[in-house]
Design a protein around this ligand. Sequence first.
Ligand SMILES: [Zn+2]
Length: 117
Amino acid sequence: MNATQIAELRERLIKERERIVAEWENHGGDGGPIDDWNGRDVEERAVQIASEVVERRIALDDSNLLRKVDFALKRIAEGTYEQCENCGATIPLGRLMAKPSVSLCLACQEAKDAGRL
Ligand SMILES: [Zn+2]
């Protein structure tokens, strides 16, 4: 991987980070009380709770992604970006281009997805 490719991936990670943070702000992200029930009917309340649960779920996924993105940026800064976090093998450029936030080689990712890591 050359410096231009690293710079491009770094740029994409930074944009991804900005997107996640902006989305958080759109979600209202103030973690406001779920309890603003004042006399609306039960069905409406249930719908509201369900949508809040979904939003919190999205926020949780985003926070996991944000951690991955930050980790990838740290790995770029340390010069270990191309190394698999688990086995130290070189992560193929195509894999990083497809998903710049990955930190595992394909074999380790598959092991992890299968619960073996
Ligand atoms: Zn690996």
